[in-house]
Design a protein around this ligand. Structure first.
Ligand code: TRP
Length: 453
């Protein structure tokens, strides 16, 4: 093996890879239902605030660590600071990756079932009620959700093992813009439905009385999840980034794309939710009980549905690949396993946990931990706790362990870019705003003190 690290070929390739990881079920499946569970409009405001105040500095910090360290997520920290023991940095993100992939594939499996149903035209001519019934019947059944989940695992593992990342990236470049186009068409359709304006009010008329500590925690968790922050993915990808690419514009482009897509998903879903009388707080099934109704009302809905669920599966796939890649590359490098052994064993282990997540929607529905199903518990634990914690580590590392000159050197590509205008703001955010905000929100959540009810 040579010591020279492979690098992305162009600036666009970096943006495409990071955006491929960031844009996924988090935007189209999770954002609308978390928003619905947290009362609507006010959540969007807090979410955007979290993206700007926490998400952006955090992403930039992971990029700084990765590109300067030039190693995997764990070793990059070690390279930059050999004297400190950074084991925890290596462990928390890997646990998070492990758990996220387990429950993410439950939903990814659903997208395959919906793709299949679109092909056999299984949802046409059904009323909104029947669409909901059919969804419940499917998600509460034992075998087919697990089957689809395992299919999804197989595809992900095959791609990670074969390393055909280039192929996937090539496809994402075409599929992502196509996805946006399709979503715009569906959003327009949704907006023309009877009673659509209620959906817009729900999204964009802020109701400040809805803001609670729980809403802030969920918004923060969603921001971290959607931007793929806190799992070492960005560190790993940044280590493949050339010295000539600009970190801040790359991060800016990804954040913009990710946020626009999430809000577009909201505009696509909520007018239809109110028009078809679906409960906005329907939970993880929200998108799935809403979309077939929109397709049923559209000219060419049959074709649109097939393309849409195909694209959604691919969007999920570019994310699952990035998540599995983190764990596999870590296991492979640190335990000195072969790539195939690392891929097979990691995938089997995650699949076992994944099956439990899926079962918690059917057989295991009555088993609750802290009042949540196993699935919700896994999501809550990672999005709201592990990702913010791991994210804060990176910020503290850049803010306090690295020398500011080095951080500036990395961000300005060795002094060739003028970044004076914002560097101080960034440093301030990284040293004070981001860590204090995350710690306050988490502390409030545990009930150490109460600044919000
Ligand atoms: N961001 C992806 C989405 O929105 C999911 C994802 C991929 C992720 N990689 C991640 C979430 C890393 C957290 C951390 O669907």
């Amino acid at each position: 093996m040579s010591n020279r690290r492979e690098h992305f070929s162009s600036r666009f390739a970096v943006v495409a890879a990071v955006a491929g990881s960031a844009v996924g079920l988090g935007n189209i499946w999770k954002f609308p239902y978390v928003l619905g569970n947290n009362g609507g409009s006010a959540f969007i405001l807090i979410y955007i605030l979290c993206i700007i105040v926490l998400g952006a500095p955090l992403m930039i910090s992971e990029f700084v660590v990765g590109r300067r360290g030039q190693k995997n997520s764990y070793r990059s920290f070690k390279t930059l600071s050999p004297t400190f023991r950074w084991t925890l940095f290596g462990i928390v993100p890997s646990i998070a990756a492990f758990i996220i992939l387990a429950y993410y594939t439950t939903i990814a499996g659903w997208t395959l079932e919906y793709l299949y149903q679109s092909i056999i035209n299984g949802y046409s001519n059904l009323s909104a009620m029947e669409v909901q019934k059919k969804f419940e019947l499917f998600s509460n059944s034992v075998f087919s959700p697990i089957l689809w989940q395992l299919v999804f695992f197989l595809i992900t593992a095959y791609i990670v093992y074969a390393g055909v990342k280039k192929g996937i990236e090539k496809y994402s470049k075409i599929m992502m813009p196509l996805m946006v186009l399709l979503m715009i068409i569906m959003a327009i359709k949704s907006l023309t439905l009877a009673g659509a304006s209620k959906g817009l009010d729900y999204l964009f008329k802020p109701d400040f009385s809805k803001i609670t500590a729980q809403v802030i925690l969920e918004a923060m968790g969603q921001a971290f999840f959607s931007l793929s922050v806190g799992m070492g993915i960005l560190i790993t990808y940044a280590s493949y980034m050339s010295r000539k690419s600009k970190i801040h514009t790359t991060v800016g482009a990804v954040i913009l794309a990710d946020t626009v897509l999430a809000i577009l998903a909201g505009i696509m879903i909520f007018p239809a939710v109110f028009s078809f009388d679906i409960a906005p707080n329907s939970g993880p099934g929200l998108v799935f009980v809403t979309l077939p109704n929109i397709f049923n009302q559209m000219n060419g809905g049959y074709i649109f549905a097939i393309i849409f669920f195909l694209l959604l599966s691919v969007a999920a796939l570019t994310s699952t690949i990035s998540i599995l890649e983190v764990t596999v590359s870590l296991v492979q490098e640190e335990l000195k396993w072969t790539r195939s052994k690392a891929t097979i064993i990691t995938t089997i282990a995650i699949a076992i946990l994944g099956i439990l997540c899926t079962l918690s929607m059917s057989m295991g529905e009555e088993y609750h931990i802290f009042g949540m199903t196993f699935f919700d518990m896994m999501d809550f634990m990672t999005s709201n706790w592990l990702l913010p914690l791991a994210g804060v580590f990176a910020v503290i590392f850049v803010g306090y362990v690295m020398r500011p000159e080095d951080v500036k050197d990395e961000l300005s590509n060795g002094g060739t870019l003028r970044i004076d205008s914002w560097f101080r703001v960034y440093l301030f955010a990284v040293r004070y705003v981001a860590p204090i905000a995350v710690i306050l929100i988490l502390a409030n959540q545990v009930g150490i003190f109460n600044f919000l009810r």
